[in-house]
Unconditional design. Structure first.
Length: 350
């Protein structure tokens, strides 16, 4: 009998004949249809969810049922948190959201690199705005932990970026369990400049003060790029320690194209964008280990980047991460990825 993984790989061959962005919505529409019916909804939960005391993780006062989450970018607008919760994830991060709706970059803007089990995207924070996402989350049925990943609108100049982060924070405050400040996407012009010390300190300090003013402070994390130098990582560590935010998400996609199996001409024809998947695995682990070692594991880290198997997750956890997230691995490995990783963590007593 074929395993879930092998069944999905056969299906994946068909799915990969359809453009990546289109198939994303087709598959999620199908999952939404199945979710409407109690029989199929409960069957999915039973099939894809695994529970075990060793998987539970308490962090920032939040009890995660397991450490495997879905990374930001998959459900930007919080359309499918209920449906995705049936696939065994311990938590789901929505976004990146901006205060005002925006269409994102021109299509095509999402590309597969099957030889590398990777993706390149230049989506450009396409989303319907933080208010719309907040209204959806108010109506959700499933009690899954939700992270809110926030950014700035493309038309907002960097000197006014703080206003966008504050607006998103206020919109989502009552409906998410933690926040992630995204200043590391390569697909919004100038955004990565906000990783510099002065603007980043200003954003984080302001959000921290607002967080305290609103009365029920939520964990506040910073998502960083894998392309930072050691010196820049030292600055990030200092910023996190000085501002007192609760953690780091490491890492976002990379602009590096070295070492790919995909022909160079194909990669060049795709053009700009962030590369995710297996090619970023090693660098993401390096960044996590650097931060963890430098701080004696004092900064909680959510790991993302090239996680496809339990071994990949264990690598990140042993490097110093507390939780892990998948995105590209979800595309290539299929809906059983969280269960597969969780089973491996139980087996290895991680």
């Amino acid at each position: 009998m074929l395993s879930l993984r092998h069944m999905y790989k056969l299906l994946r061959n068909l799915l990969f004949t359809i453009s990546p962005e289109r198939v994303h919505y087709l598959v999620m529409d199908l999952l939404s249809l199945k979710y409407k019916f109690a029989l199929s909804r409960n069957a999915f939960k039973k099939l894809f969810t695994i529970k075990h005391p060793s998987l539970e993780k308490e962090l920032w006062g939040i009890k995660f049922p397991n450490p495997v989450g879905l990374a930001a970018g998959f459900d930007k607008d919080a359309r499918w948190t209920d449906e995705l919760s049936t696939l065994g994830f311990g938590f789901i991060e929505i976004g990146t959201l901006t205060p005002r709706p925006q269409p994102g970059n021109d299509k095509p803007r999402l590309f597969r690199l099957p030889a590398d089990e990777a993706l390149i995207n230049r989506m450009g924070f396409n989303n319907q705005g933080s208010e719309v996402a907040a209204e959806r989350l108010k109506k959700r049925k499933e009690n899954i932990i939700i992270g809110g990943n926030i950014g700035k609108n493309k038309v907002t100049p960097n000197e006014n970026a703080l206003e966008d982060y504050v607006a998103c924070f206020k919109d989502l405050y009552e409906v998410v369990d933690y926040f992630v400040v995204n200043v590391s996407s390569p697909n919004t012009p100038g955004l990565r400049e906000l990783q510099d010390k002065e603007p980043l300190m200003r954003i984080l300090n302001t959000l921290k003060d607002l967080n305290n003013e609103l009365g029920n402070p939520k964990p506040l994390l910073l998502k960083i790029a894998p392309d930072l130098t050691d010196s820049q990582l030292d600055d990030i560590i200092e910023i996190v320690q000085v501002t007192g935010i609760q953690g780091i998400v490491a890492t976002n996609t990379t602009i590096d194209r070295s070492g790919l199996k995909t022909p160079q001409a194909t990669v060049e024809a795709i053009g700009a964008g962030g590369l995710s998947g297996k090619p970023v695995r090693a660098r993401a682990t390096e960044v996590i280990k650097y931060i963890s070692d430098k701080t004696n594991k004092q900064i909680p880290i959510i790991a993302v980047g090239g996680i496809y198997t339990a071994e990949d997750a264990i690598e990140k956890l042993e490097a110093g991460a507390s939780l892990v997230q998948v995105y590209t691995g979800f595309i290539y490995e299929g809906p059983a990825i969280a269960k597969k990783i969780c089973k491996g963590l139980i087996k290895h007593n991680i």
